[in-house]
Design a protein. Structure first.
Length: 370
């Protein structure tokens, strides 16, 4: 096995060892293959395996985050079947990605308490981590809207909750309070100002609860970060929506909020120099309007449109609370490169929330096109 890592890092010996153990479940021969890390997800470990037989994505599922990985595989297969039917009827313009079964005809491979899976790799595609132009902003919003719109006649009761209460702010706050109760005094001191920030924004949480009670449930993706969309290298058009791990019943405001969170700021969630962060209102307008237009055939009410402003504030606030909780818990959920990275990410996302909050009036006008 050689590894020419696309992040210019080499796979460590433990990773190589684990991959070597799992590969025979997917390949007849493990000679002459390349394995590189793929993407920059914060939860699972993802690799691209290139061999003469075929190339595929190999992923180790983080079982601390997904205690029942079978749910991820079952949900993904059901969604894949639904989308494949729509593709056959020319009612879905993208590709849909399925699991590659292992030598025992299973979607998941369990070895030494690790859980692995293989997924089709779509050749000649790329992902983007930051919007480069208005066309991309439009494409990404249209793609995620089309994904959810195409799932509007999918029986959501078939889906399992891969992470219960994933985008439920009350549940995230109660996890935060549990973390506060057991955190060390030194961690509580370092995080002091961010901890206070959460309680200073109780009225926002009440607003979220109130609007949520009026919104219809849809089948949403719940991780609409821009890099969960594959673009075609030749046409530069969207090719496939990926990472269906958290595809569950939810609100449109969560998907649109995450899309805006990951596209509108001038810097990403790992930036520590917060004075550099600016909101690109032109990107906001393009994302929101393109999403609304692509979803319009499925009906989107005034309150659902209004909720898009709430979602724009909620997603950074909720993710900040999750990063802060993880810092207090000792970084057991999100991958980190240094000890205080989750604290920095929390500060970054709370700052983003503040910037959006200051611009609420203009955001509302841009949503309702007033
Ligand atoms: C995690 O690892 P990735 O990129 O798929 C997280 C999302 C966060 C995101 C922040 C299951 O997603 O909720 O928005 O990090 N996924 C889970 O970068 O918690
Ligand atoms: Mg994800």
């Amino acid at each position: 096995m050689t590894n020419k890592n696309n992040k210019n890092l080499t796979l460590c010996a433990t990773e190589q060892h684990a991959i070597t153990r799992v590969l025979p479940y997917y390949l007849n021969s493990t000679q002459n293959i390349n394995v590189n890390t793929l993407g920059n997800g914060l939860i699972n470990d993802t690799y691209l395996v290139e061999s003469i037989e075929h190339s595929f994505v190999l992923q180790r599922i983080n079982q601390h985050v997904f205690p029942t990985p079978q749910y991820i595989a079952q949900n993904a297969e059901l969604i894949h079947e639904h989308l494949a039917q729509k593709i056959a009827l020319s009612q879905y313009p993208f590709e849909s990605i399925g699991h590659i079964l292992n030598t025992q005809n299973k979607t998941l491979t369990f070895i030494n308490n690790e859980c692995w899976r293989a997924i089709d790799y779509i050749d000649n595609t790329y992902t983007v981590n930051a919007i480069e132009n208005a066309t991309q902003a439009k494409q990404v919003a249209q793609a995620f809207a089309t994904f959810t719109a195409t799932l509007s006649d999918f029986d959501a009761t078939q889906l399992k909750e891969t992470i219960p209460n994933f985008h439920n702010i009350e549940s995230r706050l109660s996890q935060f309070h549990q973390a506060l109760a057991q955190a060390s005094t030194s961690k509580l001191a370092t995080a002091d100002s961010l901890i206070s920030f959460v309680s200073e924004n109780k009225s926002f949480v009440s607003h979220v609860n109130e609007i949520s009670s009026k919104l219809p449930l849809r089948v949403t993706h719940n991780d609409t970060k821009i890099n969960n969309l594959l673009f075609c290298k030749k046409t530069h058009q969207p090719k496939a929506v990926i990472d269906l791990d958290t595809c569950m019943p939810g609100f449109l405001m969560n998907d649109v909020g995450d899309l805006i969170r990951s596209t509108c700021p001038s810097v990403d969630e790992n930036e520590t120099n917060l004075s550099q962060m600016e909101i690109r209102l032109d990107v906001f307008e393009t994302i929101v309007q393109s999403y609304i237009q692509s979803f319009e055939s499925k009906g989107i009410s005034v309150i659902e449109k209004e909720s898009l402003v709430t979602g724009t504030l909620l997603l950074p606030f909720m993710l900040a609370t999750r990063f802060l909780t993880d810092y207090l818990n000792g970084n057991v959920y999100f991958h980190t490169d240094y000890d205080t990275q989750n604290l920095d990410r929390a500060a970054n996302q709370f700052h983003l929330f503040t910037l959006f909050k200051e611009k609420q009036t203009i955001l509302r006008k841009l949503v309702h096109q007033e």
